[in-house]
Write a protein that binds this ligand. Structure first.
Ligand SMILES: [Zn+2]
Length: 327
């Protein structure tokens, strides 16, 4: 799905706000795009940035002109992008922006833009440099910041930006859209538990990482049906070695969390979302106890992964929590 269609269809308030700002030439110097995990925040930030410099805006970026194409190819020097997804945004990065934007623009449009994706990952010293820069914005300098966790952003940053908050999309709509895009129902069902965007779900569902995590999940669930000892053995022998990468381990734990959420739902007789897992969920309910305690362990494990804990120990802890009272 194209980003302009996404904005129009899913985020109409942001769409109208930004189009109106462009039409009336009342743009803010800094925007903060605030949403939840899995929303296309970076893509939207780049698209809005592109709309300021597109050769044929209507009024948003056309995606076809030479400028739009150069931005897509990261080949437009007056647009700088720093991505906090895989590495923290550091002071040096902010210094690159300030020193670059101290000079005049290289492109004839004279507009300079920087995109900082996931500002919550910035080091405190980088935040300080950014604040100084936000306090005295140059006339033709624009910023697009994004965050998946607005509560972690300093109020001083929020007050210097116009916040565009993304709306959570109804899970059933995300699920339906993902299935229409060709994602298998069983994959769409489980991924829609923690990704609020059909495009993201499609991308993840097609990744090697997901294939590994799903295989591990199936192995673990099936072994739980045999016996607690078998589940521990399966975890140590097959699952732990397969989940060495932090991101794959996180995906696995999130999926396991969805299973336990559904077990909790089932145990209190509510309807379930994971319809493809109906059989195994009913079977599991006969084999696992203390579902609520396990859920707490799983949810705290997801947080711990952000602090570079030992993945093996974490996975061991999870399987012992699930099986200990079964013994
Ligand atoms: Zn264009």
């Amino acid at each position: 799905m194209q980003i302009d269609t996404y904005l129009k269809e899913y985020q109409p308030v942001i769409y109208k706000t930004f189009v109106n700002a462009l039409n009336t030439k009342k743009l803010s110097h800094a925007y903060l795009l605030s949403g939840s995990v899995g929303m296309p925040l970076k893509d939207v930030a780049l698209f809005l940035a592109k709309s300021l410099i597109c050769d044929h805006p209507n009024p948003l970026a056309c995606n076809e002109c030479i400028t739009c194409i150069r931005v897509d190819e990261s080949n437009y020097p007056d647009l700088m992008v720093f991505d906090g997804e895989n590495a923290k945004i550091k002071k040096g990065d902010i210094e690159k922006i300030t020193s670059n934007f101290d000079k005049t623009a290289l492109e004839e449009k004279g507009i300079m833009i920087y995109v900082l994706h996931l500002v919550e990952t910035m080091t405190p010293i980088a935040v300080n440099s950014l604040l100084k820069f936000l306090e005295e914005p140059g006339k033709n300098i624009f910023a697009f910041l994004t965050t998946e966790n607005e509560s972690k952003i300093l109020p001083t940053i929020i007050s210097r930006t116009q916040v565009l908050r993304f709306k959570e999309i109804d899970r059933s709509k995300v699920l339906k859209d993902a299935e229409n895009m060709g994602v298998l129902p069983e994959n769409a069902e489980i991924l829609s538990g923690f990704y609020n965007d059909a495009n993201t779900i499609k991308e993840i569902a097609e990744s090697k990482e997901f294939e590994t995590a799903k295989q591990c999940l199936n192995d673990q669930l099936n072994s739980l049906l045999i016996s607690p000892d078998d589940a521990v053995f399966s975890s140590q022998r097959f699952i732990v070695p397969a989940l060495k990468q932090q991101s794959t381990a996180k995906l696995y734990i999130k999926m396991l969390t969805e299973i336990f959420k559904e077990l909790l739902n089932l145990s209190v007789n509510e309807s379930i979302t994971l319809k493809s897992y109906d059989n195994i969920l009913h079977e599991l309910l006969k084999h696992v106890t203390h579902i609520d305690k396990t859920l707490i362990v799983l949810m705290s494990s997801i947080k711990k992964l952000d602090y570079n804990v030992n993945i093996c120990l974490l996975l061991d802890h999870i399987i012992y929590s699930i099986t200990k009272e079964g013994k």
